[in-house]
Design a protein around this ligand. Sequence first.
Ligand code: NDP
Length: 611
Amino acid sequence: MPAKTFSDGEMVMGRWPGSNLYYEVQVTGYNKSTQLYAVKYKDGTELDLKESDVKPLNYFRMRKAHSRSSSRQRSRSRSRSRSPARTQAPKRSNSRGRETKKPMQKEEVQKEDVPALKFVHQENSTSSKPTSVINYKEAEEENSAKNTYRIVEHKIRKEIVTDQLDLPYNLRTKKQEKNVVELETKDDHLYIKKQAVQTQEREFGGRIGVFFIMFLLPFTVILLLLMCAEDDASIQSFPPPVPTLQMLWSSNALGVFVLWFLFQALLYLLPIGKVVEGVPLANGKKLKYRINAFYAFVLCAAALGAALYNEVNLSYIYSSQLQLAISAILFSVLLSIYLYVRSWRVPADELAEGGNSGSFIYDFFIGRELNPRIRNFDLKFFCELRPGLMGWVVINLGSLFAEMEMQGREAPSLAMILVNSFQLLYVIDALWNETAILTTMDIVHDGFGFMLTFGDLVWVPFVYSLQAFYLVNHPNELSWPVALAIIALNTVGYIIFRGANSQKNAFRRNPHDPKLAHLNIIPTAAGKSLIVSGWWGFVRHPNYLGDLIMALAWSLPCGFNHIIPYFYVIYFTCLLIHREARDERQCRKKYGVAWNKYCQQVRYRIFPYIY
Ligand code: NDP
């Protein structure tokens, strides 16, 4: 093994990959097995360089003395490759054609398009010990055949807020390196493959926690519906009378639920709507999704219209709500069992990171498989927005008709109209922006198990419709000024919610979108950047804030006689605070120092100046 020529801490000249330019760098380490020098440029960029790309500090002075002409030649033919030291087109300084090129300082670099995150030394790209350093996608196109580096990341835009960063923003820490076991390119991108890892950190109190949650959740749904149906829906009259079996179970209700599910599945399969790709998975693949939820909703609305025209009594939904909920619970349990069993047949790299703990109960709850599919039918994607979300609208409509029937009204109450309209807007928004769901935690991170099947098929339709359900038996007359104030509140919430979600979704889909050029970002070692201005510079989860403001606006039309219509906003606050903490943990793991910087700059999580 050849001896190491340069010592740690020594200042040397290091070649910038993809070019013939050399800059003053400091040797920070040497890897004996790969025979690569770790070097640090003046702007903080760290690379691993081969020995042939490292020269002594006085190397060029010596060469210049020997051959001035060859030096001039090099100046003229310099690569266009962007390096950490490039500022602007070189100036020919004088008649002798000599060019003075002085390495840039950090501030100058920041005004340039700054190279992002990492290179992989090709010689090692198949090895199990990748070297990870920094580079720039653009330079890849300019690399010569001899180029020893493969550029793997996108360029980072000018608006980088590195003036607030006091450390090299684009470094991959040694600890993060341990996760990288294989790198491969596909479709001009690079993905990091992780071996199927066993879930180390269990959430929701581990297996004991999820065991209780699994019983508590269905029990809560039943209890809420029973209490809401009582004349006195107050906490004082808790617990409600024990229901008869007839009140709980009806095979007709089960039939209605299954038919509804199949009807939605049929609409999902219709070859209408565009097909889009999801975000890259850990194994480098991108799944394709048909986006037609909004069309499905329009067809549902037409079907409902036809049913009403034929005098189908929609208040049946209200009177059978408990039985329908129990049918949905049963269905979600059976679906979760199916999902758990089938997860044992899928390759390890298709499992969700969080649902692979080895504990049956925990993995059953969280979900082992990330994207279970029957051919092209994506079960998780389908359940997220269709049967439950559209079911919620239909259940609300059932309550609206039941209110008119039971209260002998010719038209629904203003409170009922507000609740129905606000929630209809929320559902239509989700369906219209169906692609946005592809970047959410549910799709990207969580497996499909009981947690999501129950959430999608039971919790959302039967708990989120509680306000309308409550109003049937507990009328609340609203004055117009109060109604207008509630509408204003819902509008504010919606603007924040939609603005934040659209901004992040657009950025994740195309970080170079000129419409987003005004945003400040923090690059991260994982390749993606974090938005640090706009909605995402206001609080760390502006979309949650907007969602919670809307949740309050949905409860207010029910008045202040009982706490039950506020169950949603209370529960939702707890859910989003917990969800934010989960996301925070994952982001810290993913983005390390960059996430800490983001937290320093955007101090509040959800509620400005409060939390
Ligand atoms: P988000 O859509 O907020 O996604 C979180 C992810 O966004 C992070 O993991 C990270 O992923 C990315 N991210 C975080 N900060 C930044 C940043 N500064 N810049 C760029 N990307 C960032 O979370 P959810 O999936 O929880 O929520 C989606 C929507 O659904 C929200 O509006 C929420 O309110 C709503 N929701 C509604 C529920 C309901 O029951 N009604 C339940 C749950 C959510 P990465 O970097 O990997 O892209």
